[in-house]
Structure formats: structure tokens, C-alpha cells
Design a binder for this molecule. Structure first.
Ligand code: ZN
Length: 62
């Protein structure tokens, strides 16, 4: 066995999420990087807006 490069575990945290401004689909950054020049895999649009990764909102439950 050589070096384990997959040793680092992502603790359920992914990079920023991008949302296509056309079809409003959300694509994770790692997913988007696989496509050439940041094209929407769904509609082919190239303009994205950066949205925050889904964060679990904690509401004070009283
Ligand atoms: Zn799209």
C-alpha cells in the first residue's frame, strides 16, 4: 500500500454551491469543476450565482 491520499475525510462539508441563474439548479462546486468552463450540466448556461452550502439552521426551540 502506498500513500493514502484519501485519508482526509470531509466531514460532510462540501465546497460552495452554485446555482444556475437560468434553471436554478444547484450544482456543487466539486461537481461543477468537472465540466468545462463551468457550464450548467442541465441547461448549458454559464452564469452561476454562488449560494451558500445548505446550512442547517438552528432555530431556538422554546
Ligand atoms: Zn442551468
Amino acid at each position: 500500500m502506498s500513500t493514502d491520499e484519501n485519508k482526509q475525510e470531509t466531514m460532510g462539508q462540501e465546497g460552495p454551491v452554485y446555482e444556475c441563474v437560468r434553471c436554478a439548479r444547484r450544482v456543487s462546486h466539486s461537481d461543477l469543476q468537472r465540466y468545462i468552463s463551468f457550464r450548467c450540466p442541465y441547461c448549458g448556461y454559464r452564469i452561476f450565482r454562488k449560494v451558500r452550502a445548505p446550512v442547517v439552521k438552528r432555530v431556538k426551540a422554546r
